[in-house]
Design a protein around this ligand. Structure first.
Ligand SMILES: [Zn+2]
Length: 1012
């Protein structure tokens, strides 16, 4: 400790002395390499440069590339917009100001062009800024056409010699993206200054970059979040003594997870960056983050690497990453490293758009202060420890400024750009080779294609999955006639114990064939972007023995499983010869046949059924409680029976919902109940809004209306039932213990933390919610209000941590949560099994359902109030006591006739344990059958639990309840252990939530009660 403090004092004393000896070391260079330094002839903007030095806290926190600013007679510096230099303390520009500056550059320099690349959810603009030589910018289209040939080698018939010719003529595109994570605030100013340097500096090192390649920059990726963050920072500046509010909302829907959307492409920012990356045929996507001292190039991460990336890419990561470390180490900049703890398994990160589209993904973590204050920063021991991959670690303690951060960001980028340019022929050729290997995939590692059958009953979910693939620039085809493929038989991994001779052991399993109807969708793997389709549609296996014990993110995501649609992996290359045509727009076919007063729509758990219910507000819709047949068609439980809607109205409403309305002559004889458009309250906390944000976007996209209210509003609303039928309380996420949900943030000290739009903070609320003080939680009044709501007939739906919350405050009786001892299910796809298909929550579902689970709570049921469920002690062993006879014989008592031993009631793990007569005797705690929890879905048996990802110690949760309906008072509490709505990836489980909403006042339908 003392040593650390002294070291810091020493640095501060040496500060003035060392400042002008700033990193001048130009390292030994390879033959022909240009020195990374200013050209002595390059004029310098002295005033700006002096400020750079002033705001840099240590002489070694900069480099010869950025410790001066080149002067220009015509092009304004960032000071023109910022009022100070980039990275100056106290200055954090709004996105609009950043754009203003970029457009000022465009106006004053022929080397800069600004492109609008789309809007955010809240309508703010996103831009991409191209910096290159005027000639390159003039020839953008010709160059793009060349790059397009490398990106799609089919266009040059996979001709390597032709590729070499194109490579020699092409200018590569290096795409840099900043500030996807709003509290990581440094990139916009760093990128403003970088654009200026690239545009005006005549030093050979910079000129080579400018002439040799196109640098493309999106300075702000999360624009909505940036503007809110700047609001918060300005609030902080005007209330310097107060605590400032945490950034509870970044984008409209999600926070940090905006960098986990590169699979589902649910957010605009992902779509816009993806389109820009693909349209520009860029070779690199380099995303800037700020959470690790001082510069962590986490691209060359730890294992396991994503199985679908090309090994050519993983080599490129190492080349660029280590060269980057080497260059900056030679500048004398401490704390620059690669490798580190990040595993490279999930393709959900924004940068992975490049990895999955034959480019190079890169990610920097530099060191940010979460604003523009200069702060003393003390590191954790593991952060400043020297490791094999971090031989020059950061300092244990230092004064750190936004300018320091900007120096690191710019130095890293400039050396990367230069190295990339030096080796651009290699990287362009690799770009082509990776695309070629994507095209030749069917004949190499395979598969040949994925097929989504035309007769999948979930056509709207199928269409949604195909649309995700199309957003990923994957080509979709459709078979024009029926076709048959040979499917390989799954090899059993277990040795056949009973195989009597080697003949039986070695006999190859017979292949099977499968016929697909005309109109089936074919995702060909002989296309340039087959890689992303394969990564999304294939299965993932993360070995519990993997040396990586802390997966960085989800371990499994198989989209076909999570969307609840049929996807067949076809290795038979004959599938590529099937007659097919490319599909530009995916439609989910809907139809209304015939004119009638009653229409029936089959229930296949399609989320669009809920859309229809809310669209047809005036129609009367009933759900059939049993399956029935009508007009020669079979209708499953939960099928809609619609009256009071004309054919035209129905036709209009179901367009593109993927639903078929069939006229029926009369109501079927089975029992029905009304399907009403429930009034929904959607509850969020002021602790975190991200997990619920994924629920909000799902409801918004489906057109399900709701009131978005905070726990504070719940605490002030004593009669929730008059306003709402259903309260959704989606998962909270971080720090969300039951006490945190109730208590909120500490409020016995400190100041109120307002989240509201004021002249000072014009962007804070956006289109979400506001409060004068974020600190108060649900409070005990809120608990009482929720309890009242449920007791008086309301339906409260909770998932994962909010289910724990509901159980811990006693909102639902007869269910307890067990603690996992060894279980590790890290963002995996797991199997569940239907237990009670008569429950409306299960309408449209099959026996098997795949779901997303992230160490979900382990529910156990009890038939005794307040008792913990789970296996009862002593119930496990049925060995007979010591006595006469063999092991299977009954014992006897000498001198009296034998008696029959009463059979112990047995229940499965997911069931309510039955009570014995003894347990029932005067047991006022015994829960009457009608009040007991009703299990709708349970987790699969241990051996069938893993679908994709990592499941370790899965026996702890196997067979336990996964979705439970607990009657409480006259209402219901619905508990999910899985998370049914997650990152736009789990459409297959959405209807568990939507069914609850649609059948809120008939949830007891089909319930069979135990006798006692
Ligand atoms: Zn980040």
């Amino acid at each position: 400790m003392i040593r650390t403090r002294n070291a810091h004092a020493h640095f501060l004393r040496g500060f003035a002395l060392l400042l002008f000896l700033a990193a001048s070391g130009t390292a030994a260079l390879a033959d022909g390499e240009t020195a990374p330094a200013r050209d002595p002839k390059q004029p310098v903007d002295d005033a700006y440069t002096a400020k750079i030095h002033k705001y840099t806290t240590q002489p070694f926190f900069t480099s010869p590339l950025v410790d001066y600013l080149p002067a220009s007679k015509t092009v304004p510096t960032p000071e023109a917009v910022l009022g100070d230099v980039a990275g100056a303390p106290g200055i954090l520009p709004y996105a609009e100001d950043v754009y203003k500056y970029m457009r000022l550059l465009e106006k004053n320099s022929p080397r800069v062009k600004v492109f609008s690349i789309g809007k955010t959810e809240e309508g703010r603009e996103m831009i991409a800024v191209a910096v290159s030589s005027p000639e390159n910018l003039k020839n953008l289209d010709e160059n793009r056409a060349r790059l397009a040939k490398l990106a799609d080698p089919r266009t040059i018939k996979l001709d390597d010699a032709e590729a070499d010719r194109i490579v020699a003529q092409s200018v590569p595109v290096y795409y840099i993206t900043g500030t996807i994570h709003s509290p990581e605030t440094g990139a916009p100013t760093a990128l403003m200054e970088l654009a200026y340097r690239l545009a005006v500096d005549e030093s050979p090192y910079i000129r080579e970059i400018r002439d040799g390649m196109i640098t493309l920059i999106t300075p702000v990726v999360e624009v909505d979040g940036r503007d809110r963050m700047v609001d918060i920072y300005r609030w902080h500046l005007s209330h310097p003594k107060d605590f400032y509010p945490p950034l509870i909302y970044w984008g409209k829907y999600v926070a940090h997870d905006n960098n986990r959307d590169a699979m589902g492409v649910t957010l605009k920012l992902t779509e816009n960056v993806l389109n820009t990356y693909v349209d520009w045929k860029a070779q690199v996507l380099h995303d800037l983050h700020e959470s690790v001292p001082y510069l962590y190039d986490n691209t060359a991460g730890d294992g396991p690497f994503n199985a679908w990336v090309d090994p050519i890419l993983t080599d490129e990561w190492e080349m660029i990453g280590w060269r980057n470390v080497s260059d900056m180490t030679k500048f004398g900049m401490p704390g620059v490293f690669t490798h580190g703890v990040f595993d490279t398994w999930s393709p959900g990160y924004l940068m992975f758009i490049a990895a999955m589209h034959n480019g190079i993904s890169r990610l920097y973590e530099t060191f940010g202060n979460g604003g523009a204050d200069t702060l003393p920063r003390t590191l954790d021991p593991e952060e400043y420890a020297r490791t094999w991959y971090k031989q020059n670690p950061p300092l244990p303690k230092t004064l750190w400024s936004q300018r320091d951060n900007n120096n690191y960001e710019q130095t890293g980028l400039l050396t990367s750009l230069h190295y990339f340019n030096e080796n651009k022929r290699l990287f362009l050729k690799n770009f082509y080779l990776k695309a070629k290997r994507s095209v030749t995939k069917p004949g190499a590692e395979g598969p040949a294609a994925y097929v989504l059958p035309a007769d999948d009953p979930r056509s709207s979910s199928q269409a949604e999955l195909l649309r995700v693939l199309q957003k990923q620039a994957v080509e979709i085809s459709r078979a024009t006639s029926a076709f048959t493929v040979t499917l390989p038989v799954k090899k059993s991994t277990k040795p056949k114990k009973d195989a009597k001779d080697s003949k039986e052991k070695d006999a190859p399993p017979a292949p099977t064939t499968h016929e697909f109807p005309a109109g089936s969708y074919i995702v060909r793997m002989d296309q340039p972007y087959s890689r992303i389709a394969d990564a999304l549609l294939d299965y993932q296996y993360w070995s519990p023995d993997d040396p990586q014990k802390t997966p960085y993110d989800d371990t499994g995501w198989t989209f076909g499983e999570l969307f609840g649609v049929q996807v067949t992996r076809v290795t038979d290359s004959k599938v590529l010869d099937v007659a097919m045509e490319r599909v530009k727009v995916i439609h989910a076919p809907s139809s209304v046949s015939g004119d009638a007063t009653i229409y029936a729509i089959n229930n296949n758990a399609e989320p669009t059924l809920a859309t229809l219910r809310y669209k047809l507000r005036d129609a009367s819709i009933e759900a059939a409680e049993e399956s029935f047949e009508s007009a020669g068609k079979k209708f499953a439980r939960g099928s809609f029976l619609i009256r009071n809607a004309t054919r035209a109205q129905l036709n209009d409403a179901i367009a593109d919902l993927g639903l078929q309305a069939t006229p029926v002559s009369a109501m079927p004889s089975v029992k029905t109940h009304p399907v009403r458009a429930a009034r929904i309250a959607f509850v969020h906390t002021w602790l975190s809004t991200q997990a619920e944000g994924w629920w909000r976007i799902a409801l918004d996209n489906l057109g399900i209306p709701y009131d978005y209210i905070s726990t504070q509003v719940v605490s002030k609303t004593s009669d929730l039932n008059t306003k709402y039928d259903v309260i959704l309380f989606p998962p909270v996420g971080f720090f969300s213990s039951p006490t945190a949900i109730i208590n909120g943030l500490p409020s016995t000290w400190g100041n109120p933390l307002p989240w509201k739009t004021t002249p000072e903070t014009p962007n804070l609320v956006g289109k979400n919610d506001s409060t004068d003080d974020m600190r108060p939680g649900l409070g005990w009044e809120g608990v009482a209000n929720l309890q009242n709501f449920v007791n008086k007939g309301g339906v409260l739906l909770t998932a994962t941590d909010t289910s724990r919350f509901a159980l811990s405050i006693g909102l639902a009786d007869g269910v307890s949560v067990g603690n996992a001892q060894r279980m590790k299910i890290v963002g995996s796809v797991v199997g569940t099994r239907l237990v009670d298909g008569a429950s409306p929550i299960a309408y449209g579902y099959d026996e098997k359902l795949s779901a997303y689970c992230d160490n979900g709570p382990i529910f156990s049921l009890s038939s005794v109030s307040g008792a913990r469920g789970g296996r009862r002690l002593g119930n496990e062993s049925h060995t007979r006591p010591t006595g006469r006879g063999t092991a299977d014989d009954p014992d006897f008592t000498v001198g009296r006739p034998g008696v029959e031993v009463p059979e112990e009631p047995k229940a499965e793990i997911w069931e309510n344990p039955l009570l014995t007569d003894e347990q029932l005797h005067n047991n006022y705690r015994a829960i009457p059958p009608a009040n007991r929890a009703r299990v709708i879905f349970r987790y699969a048996d241990s051996k069938e639990l893993l679908i994709s990802g990592l499941v370790e110690g899965g026996d702890e949760i196997a067979q336990h309840a996964a979705v439970v309906d607990v009657p409480t008072g006259t209402g219901h509490v619905i508990l999910f252990s899985i998370n049914p709505v997650y990152r736009g990836e789990t459409r297959g489980t959405y209807s568990l939530v939507l069914n609850t909403i649609l059948n809120f006042d008939s949830l007891n339908a089909g319930r069979k009660l135990a006798e006692k």
